[in-house]
Design a binder for this molecule. Structure first.
Ligand SMILES: Cc1cc2nc3c(=O)[nH]c(=O)nc-3n(C[C@H](O)[C@H](O)[C@H](O)COP(=O)(O)OP(=O)(O)OC[C@H]3O[C@@H](n4cnc5c(N)ncnc54)[C@H](O)[C@@H]3O)c2cc1C
Length: 520
């Protein structure tokens, strides 16, 4: 994953690419990975860092969606449960079995949710993670000591998947690159190339050098999530907006707010939403919200009412209620929901299914969906694209194609477990000198060696790429990320041979971005 050599590979590639994918989130990366592993000449352009937008800001669940089951969306749940199992098989170092508890405060809730979850287990078939159970109030409190006891009638235990979204994405990039794809970050598509009204490629600008290039391909796929309308406007100015952004916010708390390795799932908050409190990298993520937004910002900001809603609702279920000052980090993401034809629908009623569309020009767009189903969405998009062109059809192989780093039976207590089969190499680098063993923060295990390995192997170009999407510390503890930033900037500048001015600019840019993750 060396950016310079991938750019060289891109410019030296003879002839026309089969696929250009625009967007380096879950959807675009899934498509590039599928295309490259089928043997197609593939390139992907991401305007910022991989998963800079929505795909780093999920609830971290690889799930069938208990809520969608309650809504009767059986086909979505069936597909997602199957994909949950496939993803765990292909990336066992990044997807783990997570146990959840649904606290019940009315007599009928225990039997009701238990019956639903028995169906959920049954629908998972042989890819089931574990069996659901109904337990009494005493055992529920023993399971999650901070659970509110007053009025508790039962608890329902069930299993789903937990993952690290950005780390999975980086491993997907590596898998696609190993399969021959040119995958580049900081490469923005600024226009579409057309001949006789048909899209024949893109104009892309390297955001590091300012250079532009014109790359041709048989098929161009727009996988830009909430930004999809910008690409659609390049194709047909004045197009009806196809995306409805809906914001979801999470707050991050200390692990003591659960004091358990179980997660809490509240299936119906007073205003009809779902709230999760999930243990993740020794912290607890609590969320989320569903707020229809008018604007599509690159760095969405949590609204005060969203934060209040999460704190207040979590407080209703926890003996020790979280306060504002307990929030270690806050992050907001925009769901790329496919816009409904009729206005006035509430966002929680808009379908979570994805939509694949083809314009008259041949431009293909994919909008919506979930991280969990990225592989199936990619397969469908490619099959759809192949049917519309003359390129020879090749079968999808991703159902049993290990993601880079894949390692059976990972030890999830190892601080380097997210690196899977790369962890040994990182450990060797850390042990190679006292400088590499240097700890970067007194409260966290990160070392200079780990950061150096990331820079050499995972294509981070900016300070934020490392702290937000490789180490994840900005999401876990934004103040600690700020404290680590100067030393990480030094390591990054030295590795990329950049001067002090560049380093200072990186620090300033990071401080500005990180301030959105800290609650005033
Ligand atoms: C709050 C929240 C919680 C969620 N939780 C879960 C969950 O727990 N489990 C689950 O399965 N799903 C979850 N989802 C859904 C999931 O995160 C999204 O469906 C998925 O990440 C969307 O990925 P994407 O690639 O379509 O969009 P994005 O991740 O937004 O990627 C699009 C990319 O395109 C790039 N781009 C835009 N314009 C250009 C251009 N001109 N040139 C080049 N690149 C460009 C952007 O920079 C961006 O990186 C959640 C979503 C939200 C918002």
């Amino acid at each position: 994953m060396n950016r310079e050599s991938i750019i060289r590979q891109l410019t030296e590639t003879e002839g026309v690419f089969d696929f250009i994918v625009i967007g380096g989130g879950a959807t675009g990366l899934g498509i590039a990975l599928d295309a490259a592993t089928r043997g197609y000449k593939t390139t992907l352009f991401e305007q910022s860092d991989f998963t800079k937008a929505t795909s780093s800001r999920s609830t971290k669940l690889v799930h069938g969606g208990v809520r969608y089951l309650a809504q009767g969306n059986i086909s979505l749940v069936l597909e997602a449960l199957r994909e949950r199992g496939i993803l765990r098989k292909n990336a066992p170092h990044l997807v783990k079995d997570q146990r959840f508890l649904i606290p019940c405060y009315r007599w009928w809730e225990g039997p009701f949710y238990f019956c639903g979850l028995v169906v959920y287990d049954f629908m998972s078939g042989i890819l089931r993670f574990g069996r659901s159970m109904c337990i009494g109030p005493k055992r529920s409190v023993k399971t999650i000591p901070n659970l509110r006891q007053k009025g508790l009638t039962a608890g329902v235990l069930y299993h789903d998947g937990l993952f690290d979204d950005s780390r999975l994405a980086v491993n997907m990039v590596r898998t696609a690159v190993d399969a021959g794809a040119c995958v580049l970050n900081y490469m923005k598509v600024t226009d579409l190339l057309k001949e006789d009204g048909k899209v024949t490629g893109v104009v892309a600008q390297d955001r590091e050098t300012g250079d532009t290039c014109r790359i041709k391909s048989h098929i161009v796929i727009n996988a830009t999530g909430v930004f999809a309308d910008t690409i659609l406007q390049m194709d047909t100015p004045g197009n009806r907006p196809m995306v409805r952004p809906s914001q979801g916010v999470h707050i991050v708390l200390d692990a003591s707010f659960l004091a358990s390795d179980y997660a809490i799932m509240i299936p119906k908050t007073p205003d009809g939403r779902v709230l999760f409190a999930v243990p993740w990298h020794d912290k607890v993520i609590v969320g989320t919200t569903d707020t229809l937004m008018k604007e599509t910002l690159e760095e969405p900001v949590a609204l005060e009412e969203e934060i209040q809603f999460i704190l207040h609702t979590a407080g209703n279920y926890m003996t020790r209620a979280p306060r504002r000052t307990d929030v270690l980090s806050v992050f907001a993401g925009l769901r790329p929901l496919a816009a409904p034809r009729s206005e006035g629908k509430k966002t929680k009623e808009i379908s979570r299914n994805h939509k694949i569309m083809c314009e008259k020009s041949g431009l293909i767009s994919i909008i919506g969906g979930k991280w969990t189903t990225y592989r199936k969405m990619a397969q469908e998009t490619l099959d759809f694209a192949i049917r519309r062109t003359h390129i020879p059809a090749r079968n999808c192989v991703t159902e049993s194609y290990p993601i880079h780093g894949s390692k059976p039976h990972p030890d999830f207590s190892d601080p380097l477990y997210v690196y899977g089969s790369d962890a040994g190499e990182i450990r060797e680098l850390i042990a190679s000198s006292p400088a590499m063993a240097e700890k970067l923060h007194p409260r966290y295990a990160y070392t200079a060696g780990e950061v150096t390995w990331i820079i050499r192997n995972e294509m981070p170009r900016r300070l934020e790429d490392i702290l937000a999407r490789r180490l994840r510390i900005l999401f876990l503890d934004a103040r600690a990320a700020m404290e680590m930033a100067p030393r990480v900037a030094e390591i990054l500048a030295a590795e990329l041979a950049k001067d002090d001015i560049w380093k200072e600019n990186q620090l300033d840019a990071f401080k500005e971005a990180a301030s959105a993750y800290i609650l005033a």
